[in-house]
Design a protein around this ligand. Structure first.
Ligand SMILES: Nc1ncnc2c1ncn2[C@@H]1O[C@H](COP(=O)(O)OP(=O)(O)OP(=O)(O)O)[C@@H](O)[C@H]1O
Length: 293
C-alpha cells in the first residue's frame, strides 16, 4: 500500500531547476534511500515533501491522516534549553497535549539513547548527541512517515552504526525516506533506491534490481602467480578477463555457472588460492550510473 506518491515534482529557481520531473512512490513501512552527488536536489526534494518549500509544479499525494516527522540536514537547537525541554517543545508543536508532552519527550529521549543527558543543555552536546536529539524531535509524535536529510553523513563510524540501528528499529512500523552519501550504510537499510543527479531521477528500484542492472557480477579465480593465471585463461573458451594472478569470468545469460567453473577447476593442476562470486558494491554502481548520465 502506498502512503505517498510524487508526480512530476519540480522546483525552479529562475531558469535553473533544483528538482525536475521527480516521480516515485513510497510503500508503507519501507525504507527508501535518496542518493546523489552534492547539489543533486536531495534537500530540495525532502523540503518539498516536508511542506517547507512549495513546488513550482507537480503533485504530492499522501495517505489520509498521514503524520510526518522531519530531520533537517542541519538541525537547529536552542543551546539554552535542555534536551528534555527542547523535545517537549517539539512534542507540543507537533500537536501532543501539554500534559502528555513531557512524558512522551522523555520516552523518546530514552529510545534515542539520551536518557542520561536529558537534563543537560543542548549547547553542550557533541555532534553525535545532536544528531540523536534531532532524531528525537522528528519522532516524538510517532509519525508514520519519517523524512531524514543526511541523518548519518556527519557522524563517525560508531555514531553512524548507532543511528542506523535506531532507524532500523523504527522502520518496523514507520515509512522512512532518507538521503545519504554513505552508500555502504544505505545498502544495509533500503527497500528502494532513488538516484538523483542534476535535479533528476536517473535510476530507481530495489537494491537487487539496481544491482542486476548495473553490478556486472563475475566469478573470481585467484591463482598463486600471474603465469599460472595466464596459462589457465589461455585454455578457456568462456569469456574471461585476466588481471595479474586473477581470472574474472563474467556471469550473465551465456556465462558459466559456479558449478561449471568448479568442475573445470577440480581437474586443474595449477595452485588455486580461491574462487568466489563478486558483485559491485552500491558505491561502485553509483559512480558508474552517475558518470554515465
Ligand atoms: N534557494 C535556492 N536558490 C537558488 N538555488 C537553489 C536554492 N536552493 C537550492 N538551490 C540549488 O538547487 C540545486 C539542488 O540543491 P540541493 O540542496 O537540493 O542539493 P542536495 O542534493 O541536497 O545537495 P547536498 O548533498 O550538497 O546537500 C543546487 O544546484 C542548489 O544550488
Amino acid at each position: 500500500m502506498s502512503i505517498l506518491e510524487v508526480e512530476k515534482l519540480t522546483k525552479r529557481y529562475g531558469q535553473e531547476s533544483a528538482v525536475e520531473d521527480l516521480s516515485f512512490v513510497l510503500e508503507k513501512e519501507t525504507a527508501t534511500a535518496l542518493i546523489g552527488p552534492n547539489g543533486a536536489g536531495k534537500t530540495t526534494s525532502l523540503s518539498m515533501l516536508a511542506d517547507l518549500l512549495s513546488p513550482s509544479s507537480g503533485k504530492i499525494t499522501v495517505a489520509e491522516g498521514l503524520t510526518i516527522g522531519f530531520l533537517p540536514q542541519y538541525p537547529q537547537f536552542f543551546p539554552w534549553l535542555t534536551a528534555l525541554e527542547f523535545t517537549e517543545m517539539a512534542a507540543k508543536l507537533s500537536g501532543i497535549e501539554s500534559k502528555k508532552a513531557r512524558l512522551q519527550a522523555s520516552r523518546t529521549l530514552g529510545f534515542v539513547g539520551l536518557e542520561s543527558a536529558m537534563n543537560k543543555k543542548t549547547g553542550t552536546f557533541s555532534g553525535g548527541m545532536k544528531q540523536r536529539l534531532g532524531l528525537a524531535q522528528a519522532i516524538v509524535h510517532q509519525p508514520k512517515l519519517l523524512l531524514l536529510d543526511e541523518p548519518i553523513s556527519a557522524l563517525d563510524p560508531t555514531g553512524r552504526r548507532e543511528i542506523m540501528d535506531l532507524l532500523k528499529a523504527l522502520q518496523r512500523d514507520t515509512t522512512i525516506l532518507y538521503s545519504t552519501h554513505i552508500l555502504n550504510d544505505a545498502e544495509e537499510m533500503t527497500d528502494q533506491l532513488l538516484f538523483m543527479k542534476d535535479g533528476r531521477l536517473i535510476e530507481q528500484g530495489s537494491l537487487n534490481n539496481v544491482k542486476k542492472r548495473h553490478a556486472s557480477p563475475h566469478i573470481r579465480i585467484r591463482f598463486a602467480n600471474p603465469n599460472q593465471a595466464a596459462e589457465f585463461a589461455g585454455r578457456l573458451t568462456w569469456e574471461r578477463e585476466l588481471k595479474g594472478a586473477v581470472v574474472f569470468l563474467p556471469v550473465y545469460k551465456n556465462g558459466p555457472s559456479m558449478q561449471q567453473v568448479l568442475e573445470v577447476l577440480s581437474s586443474e593442476k595449477q595452485d588455486i588460492l580461491g574462487v568466489d562470486y563478486q558483485t559491485a558494491s552500491l558505491e561502485e554502481i553509483f559512480l558508474k550510473v552517475v558518470a554515465a548520465k
